[in-house]
Design a protein around this ligand. Sequence first.
Ligand code: UTP
Length: 226
Amino acid sequence: MRIVLSIGGSILVPEEVDVGYIGELASFLVDLSSGNEIAVVSGGGRLARKYIDAARVFNSSEALCDLIGIDASRLNARLLSAAIGDTATIEPPSVFQKAREELERGKIMVMGGTHPGHSTDGVSALLAEYVGADLLINATDVDGIFDKNPREYADARLIEEITPEGLMDIIKKYSVDAGSYALIDPLAVKIIQRSAIKTIFLNGRDFKNMEKAISGKKYRGTRVKK
Ligand code: UTP
């Protein structure tokens, strides 16, 4: 199976770099890579936001803030590659052609952002489209897509299945400023929709659950209806 995993910066770097989690994720990916081709797109997380906020103090443009966010996501990609070791790409590819080559060489391909104007969710959807992935997993620090923000509302309900249109409806009220994409960015939804990419949202901290989702068993998360 060819799998693209978008791993939210919010789990890699919640406040500080979560070395313990990154180590566990690396082992999980190495196990998963026997029998599967794995591409990972890492987010920028707190690191991106810290630097973007600092750049805003100097009235930097949104595009420059985006570039700073891309650098942060690439730094996280390097760290995850280091944790995985020899089976991972050393240099995070910045173009999809190179990413695909690495994947076809049998490497666990780890990359960050590419261009301003979207988030690493957009990158993962474009990459999934380009490499013809069988599955796109969007992993964050919550269990999937909820009817309201689960960090604020205890009664938020997990949506088990959603259409791309429904997803777009939920995210359209959110900002697309650098460093502030909520849930998933609009570009990612458009790409998932146009190529009917099999996509699931789940909690990136629960490896057992992720394994269930990959092997077609019942899992906790949100599935995007094609
Ligand atoms: P993230 O993908 O981490 O964005 O990239 P996010 O959704 O805001 O944060 P997470 O998922 O909770 O970690 C960080 C920032 O880098 C820029 C955007 O400004 C984004 O918000 N970026 C990233 C780009 O402009 N292009 C890319 O390809 C990737």
